[in-house]
Design a protein around this ligand. Structure first.
Ligand SMILES: NC(=O)c1ccc[n+]([C@@H]2O[C@H](COP(=O)([O-])OP(=O)(O)OC[C@H]3O[C@@H](n4cnc5c(N)ncnc54)[C@H](O)[C@@H]3O)[C@@H](O)[C@H]2O)c1
Length: 454
């Protein structure tokens, strides 16, 4: 499907323009469109964004992009036209509601009433070939992250990709390669890195203020949805939902609503349970505080898990705990916990902890944290700051706060935990070569294609 009609002009060579403009104080650059006519955020100056995946998190991220005056959302894409059934059952989402929201936003902003400038697609490949798209958001289930990221990087798009960056370690490696080879900017959706509170907590640790770190505890929540048990029966695919394209690279299996929207988290074909869902936040903070962004642990030396009955639709572990060790001797324990997702660093001289979504931090001695909000704010929209950081980096071509390697290594830590959980045994890992040591079965499971069911 080609764009039906665009009300925005796309000048030739806009990518070159964006680069040049960044180098020469973009906001005041006068040579494309006189700012007296359109202002600094004239359509030709805007970063043109296409949003791929407009479900629970996709619509939230889309709104953060809309809030930036130097962005124009020109397209949305979702394999679901419009339906209920997302995280909150009363959420009505999909590509059509998203398109309408974007058009209505710009209609009001431009004062033109009924505006039609955003195209809706069901196939991301049609977006990726559009020359006028500078950047894409990838907010789809985890089993699609690698394919879409790699295709987008090859097509020269910058990328805001949700966490966990990958479905497998092998996919993450391929994503790093593609992003770097094609000189793209990629921000992983680990928005805790744009939160001044968590940044502060990690700085306290990295500055040695709790002494030598000995132990890190990371929390992941319990499953917040229940799927059907053994003997579940398939359901008819709803109208307007392209289930075949939703499955994409995953095995072709009968449809059930608890397999798809939001609930994909609890099936290893599409995700990694709460270990990758929440663990991608809490373990990312652990990596940040420890200063191990470009490496990882050397072994998983303890693992336990509780499972749902065999034959249940959800097949990820119900409750888990794994412990890993870094070469420095630091141990990290990641476990299912009722406490909010977060991280606790324990050192020889104190302890400091933070929740991933912020708004709470604690330390012993208490004086290590002087304020819950070092910047004096009462609330902080870390997701908005994270999107802004991405947009700034699209202009400056600098790495964002959660570049592809960071997303890959934090996801790798979660994936290693999941491998140990699924195999029920300890694992040794070479973080430099990114290889499993002495376990052929586990090694095969980091392959990007062959991810066996448990
Ligand atoms: N950073 C965070 O705090 C945060 C929060 C929630 C979700 N997420 C991440 O966002 C991603 C999506 O999660 P969600 O809760 O929004 O799921 P969701 O099921 O609510 O939404 C995913 C959307 O992607 C669409 N989709 C699936 N395959 C597609 C494809 N090939 N092309 C286009 N659209 C496709 C689905 O139809 C659906 O509308 C996951 O990776 C999740 O981990 C991150």
């Amino acid at each position: 499907m080609q764009p039906e009609r665009s009300t925005l002009k796309t000048p030739p060579g806009r990518r070159d323009f964006l680069k040049k403009a960044a180098a020469a104080a973009w906001a005041t650059a006068p040579w494309i469109v006189p700012s007296t006519v359109f202002g600094a955020n004239a359509p030709s100056n805007r970063i043109q964004v296409a949003c791929i995946g407009t479900g629970n998190q996709g619509i939230s991220i889309l709104r953060k992009f809309l809030k930036n005056a130097d962005v124009q959302i020109v397209a949305v894409c979702d394999v679901n036209r419009a339906s209920y059934g997302y995280k909150s059952e009363d959420q009505f989402l999909g590509r059509e509601p998203a398109r309408k929201e974007v058009d209505s936003h710009y209609g009001k902003q431009f004062g033109v009433g009924a505006y039609r400038g955003c195209q809706a697609y069901d196939d991301f490949r049609e977006i990726i070939v559009r020359k006028d798209v500078d950047a894409v958001t990838i907010v789809v289930p985890d089993h699609w992250h690698a394919t879409i990221t790699i295709r987008a990087a090859e097509a020269g798009k910058d990328i805001y990709c949700e966490k966990p960056l990958s479905l497998t370690i092998g996919q993450g490696q391929a994503m790093v390669k593609a992003v770097r080879e094609h000189h793209r900017i990629l921000q992983t959706g680990s928005m805790e890195r744009s939160n001044p509170l968590t940044r502060y907590v990690c700085k306290v640790v990295r500055d040695g203020r709790i002494g030598k770190v000995q132990r890190v505890i990371t929390n992941v929540g319990y499953n917040n949805k229940a799927g059907p048990g053994p003997g579940w029966t398939p359901m008819p695919v709803p109208n307007g939902f392209d289930y075949k394209q939703w499955l994409g690279p995953a095995p072709q299996v009968p449809y059930h609503k608890d397999r798809g929207l939001y609930r994909f988290r609890f099936n290893y074909d599409y995700s990694g349970g709460q270990v990758t869902n929440f663990g991608a936040h809490s373990n990312d903070l652990a990596q940040w505080g420890l200063g191990t962004d470009n490496t990882g642990p050397v072994e998983i030396d303890y693992v336990s898990a509780k499972w749902l009955p065999k034959g249940s639709l959800f097949n990820t572990a119900l409750e888990t705990e794994f412990r890993c060790r870094y070469a420095s001797g630091v141990e990290l324990i990641c476990k299912t916990n009722k406490r909010p997702v977060g991280v606790r660093f324990e050192g020889t001289e104190g302890m400091v902890e933070a929740t991933a979504y912020a708004w709470l931090a604690r330390s012993e001695p208490a004086s290590l944290i002087t304020s819950q909000f070092p910047n004096g704010t009462l609330r902080f929209d870390a997701s908005a700051a994270h999107v802004r950081n991405f947009l700034d980096c699209v202009r400056t071509r600098r790495d964002p706060v959660a570049p592809v390697e960071v997303g890959h290594r934090s996801a790798s830590l979660c994936h290693l935990g999941n491998l140990a959980i699924r195999l029920g045994r300890n694992i040794k890992w070479d973080p430099d070569r990114q290889q499993i040591i002495g376990d052929d079965e586990a090694s095969r499971m980091i392959d990007p294609i062959k991810v066996p069911a448990p």
